[in-house]
Design a protein around this ligand. Structure first.
Ligand SMILES: *Cc1c(COP(=O)(O)O)cnc(C)c1O
Length: 362
């Protein structure tokens, strides 16, 4: 038997995650200068990173001989959330945390539920744990909670939900979501991925951490990759019961978050000015892009995140033409949405570049 055949069949069956095209790769492919390229493909923060996080990271550079110490960040998150440190699990990006949850609860013979058009990491974490993924048909591109509840099987151990959802930007009202979480059997884990939580208008936000006391099977995940602008440092976290956190910590690599990420994240958490500026830029940019898409006659899915998904007659061709003009957006073929493209909200200038390039591409 070949080495390939000796690998785990459920690993062989997985298609690798497809990241947004890196700027340098497009520069090489098209012979463009790096600074001519606008990347709006990975929901990164167009303002870059918090200057306070940068300073903290640079300071932390002086002490890289030491193994990481996660005390300060966990303490800061405990203060922010009102939860004890024993209920917080840090990850090398929240993707790491999602993988930890899957490793604790999923295995061959078990299943996990996610929505059609859910974040690609949910099927990936499910399948690489050897479990079966149950994709539940979307409703208006979002989660159909009733159908997800009905899809529960005796072997189902986990339900993945993103709110707002990526790549569709759909949002589940909190009263409905809370009733759903309460209706899930206590021995099935519900993962509530809140990567885009900070982009919700304050009036729409809800402190879901308050639900943890009534539903200890809930795991809330958040990230520093989006509004905090630290995607390249890889840091995120889970908030859950002390019991689930303890289990996750058993599979977690002892030093999964590095010194620079820990220091920068703690500083970013306190940079309210940067977060507010990022939020405001996203609001105005969303209006600008949605207005532009309407002008161009493109249907879009109303989004609650820092991106918007829109339809064009020939998404493959439109994407090729955008790339030729140095504009990187995200094709959604891998999500089963071949007619759609997802664009991240950029700066005003980047949004203008995108809209002009799109107009020329249609
Ligand atoms: C971007 C994103 C994340 C964040 O992933 P990190 O590993 O923290 O960078 C998590 N969930 C969803 C749905 C996302 O879109």
């Amino acid at each position: 038997m070949s080495l390939h055949e000796q690998s785990l069949p459920y690993i062989r069956a997985v298609s690798p995650y497809q990241p947004g095209k890196p700027i340098t790769q497009l520069a090489r492919e098209m012979g463009l200068a790096v600074d001519q390229i606008v990347k709006l493909a990975s929901n990164e923060n167009p303002l870059g990173m918090s200057p306070r996080a940068l300073t903290a990271g640079v300071e932390a550079m002086a002490d890289l001989a030491r193994y990481p110490d996660d005390f300060a960040l966990k303490q800061a998150l405990a203060e922010r959330t009102g939860l004890g440190v024993e209920r917080i699990v840090l990850g090398n990006g929240s993707n790491d945390v999602l993988d930890l949850i899957a490793r604790v609860f999923l295995a061959p013979g078990r299943s996990a539920i996610f929505a059609q058009y859910a974040f690609a990491v949910y099927p990936l974490a499910t399948l690489t744990a050897g479990a079966e993924g149950i994709a539940v048909a979307a409703r208006d591109f979002g989660h159909d909670l009733q159908a997800m509840r009905a899809a529960l099987r005796p072997d189902t151990r986990l339900i993945w939900i993103a709110n707002p959802n990526n790549p569709t930007g759909t949002f589940l009202p909190y009263p409905q979501l809370r009733r759903f979480v309460q209706s899930v059997p206590a021995d099935v884990v519900v993962v509530l991925d809140e990567a885009y939580n900070e982009y919700l208008p304050p009036a729409e936000r809800c402190e879901t951490t308050a639900w943890l006391s009534e539903t200890p099977n809930l795991v809330i995940t958040r990230t520093f990759s989006k509004i905090y602008g630290l995607a390249g440092l890889r840091i995120g976290y889970a908030l859950t019961s002390a019991d689930i956190a303890d289990l996750m910590n058993r599979v977690r690599q002892p030093f999964n978050c590095n010194n620079l990420a820990l220091a920068a994240a703690a500083a970013a958490l306190d940079d309210h000015q940067f977060v507010a500026a990022s939020y405001a830029l996203n609001r105005s940019g969303m209006e600008q892009i949605v207005g532009g898409l309407k002008r161009l006659g493109c249907t879009h899915i109303p989004s609650h995140g820092n991106f918007v998904t829109f339809r064009v007659a020939d998404a493959f061709l439109a994407n090729q033409r955008l790339l030729k003009q140095g504009v990187i957006v995200r094709p959604l073929v891998a999500y089963g949405m071949p007619d759609w493209l997802r664009v991240t909200i950029g700066t005003e200038t980047e949004n203008l570049r995108f809209l002009a390039a799109l107009e020329a591409s249609l």
